[in-house]
Design a protein around this ligand. Structure first.
Ligand code: BG6
Length: 491
């Protein structure tokens, strides 16, 4: 039995992600027989009008929208709307009543999820009012789901965590990082820890460097107001990119217990080198997009986007070179880059291995030689490619690089579950493995705080410094080229 209250129930996230994910879970039989979903917002709206609104969202965004016709009637019986002003106590009383009525009908206490899809500054008030009205006091059943941003720097994240923990125990708080719900991201653990093959070479003795890229073709769309307060470092690096780094760099967990996995990730974050102010310039690059063409479409410059300051110094691109200072990764650079309005949408991790100790082949045989590389494509391509040298067919010994490819969804009959499906199901089941613990969030801020501080103190003079449709600023090429490397190109 589960009750799901979505604060911000009429918002974009609810329509595009949450309700479509819940609909898919319902179709796949992953919701309990008795469930109730209520969208909450302060607007006046009838439950019928709310159902119409989300039906449209499901139709447009659900993985299995073709099933809408047949299953909508039954699913929609579980969907309701409550007019709740999150800052006023009155609405919470209505929620208490609703819970009592449902539990009376179901004759058992339910698991209750409060999904905060609202401005982050409302979170402490909501947590306090839930608590005050007896809606938060059962650590086993009452769960608070929290969307990023978790603060805007280390100090504010610490304060937020202290505030939330006044009302909810840590195990009741589910901080979402939607990247962790992606199938291809979870598969990193399977690849690393379900195979004997990779772990022996997964260290500084064999790995030359690691690249983590999340490039996007879209600009900031209509999120200019949010993005002006964030920038690429806060929006992507502090959370998604560092979480990917943790998946690649963590030690083997002894079990898949939520805290065990999160302890191992926390260890990685603690080991990442904090830069002194004077080191930031040589390890981090920022950029902002100018106009240009992306996939045949003319893009405007960032400073012309809606709700963006025409003189904005906010970065829409960030590249950072990091080191994980522990035994396994000693001296191995981790290059991270992310940006908007770039040439291609791709999220991938490239593990580049060191050269073989010596080559007996004649020089002409190795003209096209490339180092071994394991490329983990996370999206939109969903595969893993191992590059190695093979003999070119023919009478002479000549080498060519080839790829051995595992295509994630060609090899299964399943369609890919959305990240939010996995994560919502985990919340319902009380499994926090894929969610960020308070200490992880804080450790991640501690890594990027010095970079933000240096960038904040010294406004960029060269913005905008990359054309939309390019691969980002030239300095980002230089950052990696200085070490004799280059950003991975996809096959
Ligand atoms: C979000 C960021 O968390 O992730 C967005 O706020 C970004 O700016 C998005 O576009 C990327 O997610 P995905 O799943 O499309 O790669």
């Amino acid at each position: 039995m589960v009750i799901i209250f979505i604060f911000g129930g009429t918002g974009d996230l609810a329509q595009r992600k949450l309700l479509p994910a819940l609909f898919n879970l319902y179709l796949d039989g992953h919701l309990p027989e008795q469930f109730y979903i209520a969208g909450l917002s302060r607007n006046k709206m009838t439950p019928a009008a709310y159902r119409d609104l989300i039906k449209k969202g499901i139709d447009e965004h659900a993985r299995r929208n073709e099933a809408l016709k047949e299953h909508w009637e039954d699913f929609s019986k579980h969907v309701d709307y409550l007019q709740v002003d999150a800052t006023k106590e009155q609405g919470y009383k209505a929620m208490v009543k609703k819970v009592a009525a449902l539990e009376g009908e179901w004759k058992a206490p339910a698991t209750i999820m409060y999904y905060l899809s609202v401005a982050p500054q409302l979170a402490p008030t909501i947590a306090e009012l839930l608590c005050k009205n007896g809606l938060a006091n059962d650590a086993q059943r009452h769960r608070l789901v929290f969307e990023k941003p978790f603060g805007h720097d280390l100090q504010s994240a610490k304060e937020l965590n202290v505030l939330l923990r006044k009302y909810f125990a840590e195990e009741q708080i589910f901080r979402i990082d939607h990247f962790l719900g992606k199938e291809t991201v979870q598969n990193i653990l399977a690849l690393r820890f379900a195979n004997a093959l990779f772990e022996p070479i997964w260290n500084h003795r064999y790995v030359d460097h690691i690249q983590i890229s999340a490039t996007e073709t879209v600009g900031v769309l209509d999120r200019g107001a949010y993005y002006e307060g964030a920038g690429a470092l806060r929006d992507m690096v502090q959370n998604h990119m560092l979480q990917l780094l943790c998946m690649v760099a963590m030690e083997a967990p002894v079990s898949f217990d939520a805290n065990e996995v999160r302890n191992k990730k926390h260890d990685v974050l603690k080991a990442i080198r904090r830069y002194r102010r004077e080191e930031v310039h040589s390890h981090a690059v920022r950029g902002q997009y100018a106009s240009g063409w992306v996939e045949g479409k003319k893009m405007q410059t960032y400073r012309e986007e809606k709700s963006v300051d025409p003189h904005s110094g906010v970065e829409t691109y960030a590249a950072v070179k990091l080191f994980v200072d522990n035994w396994r990764w000693n001296g191995v650079p981790f290059y991270i880059r992310t940006g908007k309005s770039l040439a291609e949408k791709t999220t991938h991790i490239a593990i580049q291995f060191k050269n073989a100790p010596s080559y007996a082949f004649p020089p002409e045989a190795t003209d096209t030689w490339r180092p071994n590389r394991l490329l983990i494509n996370i999206s939109p391509q969903l595969d893993i490619r191992l590059r190695f040298q093979a003999k070119q067919p023919g009478p002479h010994m000549a080498l060519q690089p080839v790829d051995m490819v595992f295509n994630y969804f060609n090899n299964t009959s399943e369609t890919q579950p959305e990240a939010y499906e996995t994560l919502l199901q985990d919340v319902i089941e009380g499994n926090a493995t894929l969610f960020m613990r308070a200490d992880q969030v804080e450790a991640a801020w501690a890594i990027i705080d010095p970079i933000m501080e240096v960038w904040g103190n010294k406004p960029p003079v060269d913005f905008p410094n990359y054309a939309a449709g390019s691969w980002g600023p030239e300095d980002a090429e230089a950052l990696i080229a200085r070490d004799g490397n280059h950003w991975a190109t996809l096959p």
